[in-house]
Design a protein around this ligand. Structure first.
Ligand code: 8YV
Length: 319
């Protein structure tokens, strides 16, 4: 039987590309450019499946123009806010994602951002690197300690729970808000707040781990940022549009928010240049899951989903 043809939109890990080329007829452009609407529409007539990243947008308008040849969108991401799931379902296109395998890598990056934000890493690095380090005092670059502090986690899915596990190692008191309360073994002592506002009031550190949905976009607006304790640290490794960026700039400027660590921005790639004026905002370019181990695992999970689908089974991560 002829191998199915798939389009791999971006440069996935070597191991993933090798396995894909072994099992499929693969269309992949090493130029590694995001696929735009016309790329996606055009390619849908040539392939049976696509492995996209969050950089390819399957809007309702794009989905309406897809060729019936395309049967499955096997995302190389856990987040699927770049896909109009209703439009894809209406069109009979199967959609999968890659839950679980990127939780630890993303939680590690969140921890890095939280520590860097809390301990003036951007400023400290700049001072030493530039040769401007000509002074020391016990009052120099005094930061905020994680030990014993209250950490609020919004969204206790795979990444939120992985982050809670790591934060326990720093002896933080874990609080969380989630659509539903976790079972006691998953909660592992974390304190549940059914009400987001209650969580915010006790979050010396706040880390966002929920998906971007119509309910969560703009979640951290000026009013919610104001509910955090004075001097709180905000971390976002989920999606940029969870935070009102102008409100965050104001809250950092006023000192109400002591520092922030951001891996996600409303505009990507690009970020928000207003943040660059603040050395207490540490930023990374959406690389939460960018480790060799995790990139391999994400690619393999996307391929596992395709394999199952083309065998005639239900893909394990079908949405
Ligand atoms: C990925 C992500 O790097 O999985 C997600 O939802 O945001 C990132 O971890 C990216 O989406 C890869 O496609």
């Amino acid at each position: 039987m002829a191998k199915p043809t798939i389009w791999i939109t971006r440069t996935l890990s070597d191991a993933t590309l090798e396995r894909a080329n072994r099992d499929y007829d693969v269309i992949w452009d090493p130029a590694d450019k995001p696929g735009n609407a016309s790329d996606i529409i055009g390619m849908s007539a040539k392939v049976d499946g696509i492995i996209p990243c969050h950089s390819e947008h399957f809007s309702a308008d794009v989905v309406a123009q897809l060729d019936p040849r395309l049967k499955i969108v096997a995302n190389h991401s856990v987040g699927v806010d770049h896909c109009d799931l209703v439009a894809l379902a209406d069109k009979g296109i199967v959609v999968t994602n890659t839950p679980g395998v990127l939780s630890d890598a993303t939680a590690e990056l969140a921890m890095m951002l939280m520590l860097c934000a809390a301990r003036h890493a951007v400023e400290g690095d700049r001072i030493v690197r530039s040769g401007a380090w000509d002074f020391w005092s016990p009052a120099f670059l005094v930061g905020k300690q994680l030990t014993g502090a209250r950490l609020g986690i919004v969204g206790m899915g795979g990444v939120g729970r992985a982050f809670a596990r790591k934060a326990r190692g720093f002896d933080m008191e874990i609080h969380y808000h989630n659509r539903s309360r976790l079972a006691p073994d998953e909660e592992a002592g974390a304190i549940y707040h059914a009400d987001l506002d209650e969580l915010l009031a006790v979050s010396d550190f706040l880390s966002l781990h929920c998906p971007a949905t119509p309910q969560t976009i703009g979640l951290m607006n000026a009013a919610r940022l104001a509910q955090l304790p004075q001097g709180a640290v905000v971390v976002n490794t989920a999606r940029g549009n969870l935070i009102d960026e102008a409100a965050l700039v104001q809250a950092v400027e006023s000192g109400h928010i002591a520092a922030a660590g951001l891996d996600c921005f409303i505009t990507e790639p690009g970020g928000n240049h207003a943040f660059a004026a603040f050395e207490n905002i540490v930023m990374m370019p959406h690389v939460g899951s960018a480790t060799i181990k995790t990139r391999d695992a994400m690619g393999f999970k996307a391929l596992d989903n395709l394999d199952a689908f083309f065998r005639g089974d239900t893909p394990p991560d079908r949405l």
